[in-house]
Design a binder for this molecule. Structure first.
Ligand SMILES: Nc1ncnc2c1ncn2[C@@H]1O[C@H](COP(=O)(O)OP(=O)(O)OP(=O)(O)O)[C@@H](O)[C@H]1O
Length: 396
């Protein structure tokens, strides 16, 4: 693996403890250590010259425990999908390692890699573009089974397909139909059945409901939760929408410009965000009560999201941070660390030099008078109708 890092990027921003405090190593299904994915920017027709890099993922440590749902959130372009692809070994890391079920996936080749890939499946945002329109549902579902040699005979295959459809709440008649004959929610169910067909351990769901109507989103989220319980699945759910991730996740990681800004059990993160970026995102979420809505402080995020091809020095967030402090914030990259604050669990980690001082009120934001929020990309109210009284039987 070659490092493309410049001097500033050599500061990895790695966590003080890669494995969460209360996690046993055997509990960890996915172990991401110091992962960087840098895409070269090339110029020239005849001589292909590298003139820079897009620092899409720039030093991420995270662990996903068996049976949990890890929600990864962040604005468009912060590197969520690239990190997901690195975990699947579809995008080999420039630096760092990804261990899946105790095995470094970069070391696998041929048959071993094919078998490991069976354990990790993806659910995509737009089922219409991920399902071949010329294939019937039967053929789409058989594909994975055949590729991994999981078909003993026709009768067993037929039984398996029916079980898969039942698991995702679709009738057996769906087998003979084509993707265009289904609604968006039903198509996502087919995508989920396809992922399930090879008995994976991990499902990486990249924006699994963002292309669906709000009323259908809840059904698909509930389906994913039911399937997790039934089949003992582990999920990495990638989304730009804090509301989706809140309801489905056990733990949430907030990404900003290629690195984790904060990571915590979902309830803690939403109740007590410690990173200025997470605070700003959550402060932008409207509250249904107009009195509270009127009184609460909103945090101004100034400026645009910097380009990952030219990230700020020091703390990636300092150019937009209302609490930024001279020198340290723009020169020293903060590591993801635990904080010594009463009531904050050890697995609530934050990459901010001043998390304690901000939380205690010792440091005040520079733009205290500002109440408008300029940049709130993709944030929905935590109580948005994502979670409705829906069941696995309801078909979206
Ligand atoms: N193959 C590639 N070559 C060059 N740059 C890339 C490549 N793939 C992604 N990028 C860039 O890397 C950065 C991170 O992209 P990524 O898709 O991972 O972000 P994201 O957070 O998933 O965004 P979105 O929610 O819009 O998908 C972006 O600036 C993107 O343009």
């Amino acid at each position: 693996m070659t490092s493309t890092a410049n001097a500033d990027h050599d500061v990895t921003g790695s966590a003080d403890s890669a494995v969460p405090a209360d996690a046993d190593h055997r509990d960890v299904l996915v172990d991401v250590r110091g992962v960087k994915v840098h895409f070269p920017i090339r110029k020239g027709v005849i001589f292909d010259k590298t003139i820079g890099y897009v620092y899409a993922v720039d030093g991420v440590d995270l662990q996903i425990r068996r049976g949990e749902t890890y929600g990864l959130v962040g604005e468009s372009g912060c590197g969520k999908s690239t990190l997901g692809r690195a975990i699947l070994n579809l995008e080999p890391p420039t630096e760092g390692s990804v261990t899946f079920d105790g095995v470094d996936i970069a070391s696998l080749k041929g048959e071993e890699l094919r078998r490991k890939r069976q354990d990790i499946q993806m659910v995509f945002q737009d089922p219409m573009s991920s399902l071949d329109p010329r294939q019937s549902v039967e053929s789409l579902l058989l594909e994975g089974l055949k590729a991994h040699g999981l078909i003993e005979n026709d009768a067993a295959a037929n039984q398996r397909l029916r079980e898969l459809l039942a698991a995702v709440g679709l009738p057996p008649a769906a087998l003979k139909k084509y993707p265009h004959e289904f609604s968006g929610g039903q198509r996502q169910r087919i995508g989920i059945a396809r992922a399930l067909s090879v008995n994976p351990k991990l499902i990486v769901a990249d924006e699994p409901v963002s292309a669906l109507d709000v009323s259908v989103q809840a059904q698909v989220i509930n389906l994913l939760e039911d399937l997790q319980e039934e089949f003992g699945l582990t999920y990495l759910v990638v989304a730009h929408d804090l509301a989706v991730v809140r309801h489905i996740s056990d733990r949430v990681g907030v990404m900003y410009l290629g690195a984790l800004a904060e990571e915590a059990p979902a309830a803690d993160l939403y109740a007590r965000p410690l990173h200025p970026y997470t605070r700003a995102l959550l402060s932008a979420v409207p509250v249904p009560d107009p009195v509270i809505e009127d009184q609460r402080e909103r945090i101004l995020l100034t400026g645009d999201l910097p380009s990952p091809a030219n990230p700020p020095t020091g703390c990636r967030f300092h150019t937009r941070c209302p609490w930024r402090q001279p020198t340290r914030c723009d020169t020293e990259r903060p590591v993801l660390r635990t904080v010594e604050l009463p009531g904050v669990p050890k697995d609530h980690r934050v990459a901010c030099h001043w998390a304690e001082q901000i939380e205690s009120g010792e440091l005040r934001p520079h733009e205290v008078e500002a109440i408008a929020v300029e940049q709130t990309a993709g944030v929905l109210a935590p109580d948005s109708p994502i979670i409705g009284p829906t069941s696995i039987g309801e078909i979206g």
